[in-house]
Design a protein around this ligand. Structure first.
Ligand SMILES: [Zn+2]
Length: 377
């Protein structure tokens, strides 16, 4: 799993109540327990070795930080339009990109960022209490958080520079990973989908994920900044697997609304990242050829995306085996792990698939893993 699992309708109603202030996080979370158990059941029955809680307690993979950190305010993507320098361009882009602008909320830094409570401690505790399998906790990466939550006029009240804001996230994420490790998590995944936005999004094509849309950026500087932040987060931490997840957006089923481009501009930065696994999207043509990894020595594991979370068609185990065999041309078989390209419901209100389809896709993937282990060990 990369992270999210489609939420039941009743959970979305409870989430709305929480977001409207009619229920506290703890009241909501107690109800979400049942949804986590459903997600876990689906993952275990599909045969996964490493499970997540399906992000059932989260509004999205990054906006949930507002429940746990002080200094964050959630603004809907449509509210952010007020802060864009080029409003007309921003509105046009949201339409083109098929963004549900009212449903998607972005965390904006408006005060001092502090961990009021652990970001995912409650998620891990519950998950570990209900499974014997290895557990993965996805967390928004330091670059994603900084890039998304720096909205100049609002954030400047609390932080003078983006670097200062980033340092606050680095501190918080380090504390979080250490406490997750100590509580028995097997794998922490830092989600950094906006890395592709930096590379492939021309200035008029940036995606909504970056509230910092107002500022034009130099891709090389941004990628260096992102790599440094990831390395600051992981520095000296051992005893837990840490991965970085990169994809090209996962908010729409319209493929042409999402970013496209192969990994070659990112590979030099991947090589410098001090993490154990790269969790990458590969099942869509938009991710380009795996061949770009040829001759790029790296000892990291590759989380190979082999199922598309946005399609109805269920990939067969045979197709997945063939993709993994192709990957062995570029990566040592012992370093290849299988995963979907991204979550199945990154944003709570816009699930990309039905739970039943997600389960069928994961089942195919696990069947392929059994066959591949037989062939390669
Ligand atoms: Zn993703």
């Amino acid at each position: 799993m990369v992270g999210s699992w489609p939420r039941p309708d009743w959970l979305l109603r409870e989430l709305k109540r929480k977001n409207e202030g009619e229920a506290t996080y703890d009241e909501f979370s107690a109800k979400a327990d049942q949804a986590v158990l459903l997600a876990l059941k689906g993952e275990e029955e599909a045969g996964l070795d490493i499970v997540t809680d399906g992000e059932q307690r989260r509004d999205s993979f990054y906006s949930f930080v507002a429940d746990k950190f002080s200094g964050i305010k959630l603004l809907s993507v449509s509210e952010l339009i007020d802060y864009a320098e080029e409003k007309a361009m921003y509105e046009r882009m949201l339409r083109t990109l098929d963004v549900p602008a009212f449903a998607i909320k972005s965390p904006v830094a408006v005060g001092e960022i502090k961990r009021r409570r652990p970001l995912a401690g409650d998620e891990l505790l519950f998950l570990k209490g209900h499974t014997r399998r290895k557990t993965k906790i996805p967390l928004p990466g330091p670059f994603m958080l900084t890039r998304a939550s720096w909205v100049e006029p609002l954030t400047r009240e609390a932080y003078r520079t983006r670097e200062e804001l980033a340092s606050a996230y680095v501190r918080a994420l380090r504390e979080e990973i250490i406490s997750l490790r100590d509580a028995g998590a097997s794998f922490v995944q830092l989600d950094e989908p906006t890395l592709t936005e930096v590379v492939y999004g021309a200035s008029n094509q940036t995606t909504f994920m970056c509230a910092a849309i107002m500022s034009k950026v130099n891709p090389r500087e941004e990628l260096t900044f992102a790599t440094d932040l990831i390395n600051e987060v992981t520095k000296g931490i051992s005893g837990i697997k840490v991965g970085v997840h990169v994809c090209r957006g996962n908010w729409s089923r319209k493929d042409d609304a999402l970013l496209a481009g192969d990994y070659s501009p990112l590979i030099p930065y991947f090589q410098q990242m001090k993490v154990d696994q790269l969790v990458l999207e590969f099942s869509t043509d938009r991710a380009g050829s795996m061949g770009v990894f040829e001759g790029t020595p790296d000892s990291k594991e590759i989380g190979l995306g082999v199922v598309n979370p946005r399609s109805d068609q269920v990939e067969t185990a045979g197709q997945i085996v063939a993709r993994a065999r192709e990957a062995t041309k570029y990566f040592d078989p012992s370093r290849i792990c299988l995963n979907p390209d991204c979550g199945f419901a990154t944003f709570a209100e816009v699930p990309l698939n039905a739970a039943e389809t997600a389960k069928r896709k994961l089942t195919s993937m696990c069947q392929a893993a059994v066959e591949l282990r037989r062939q390669y060990t």
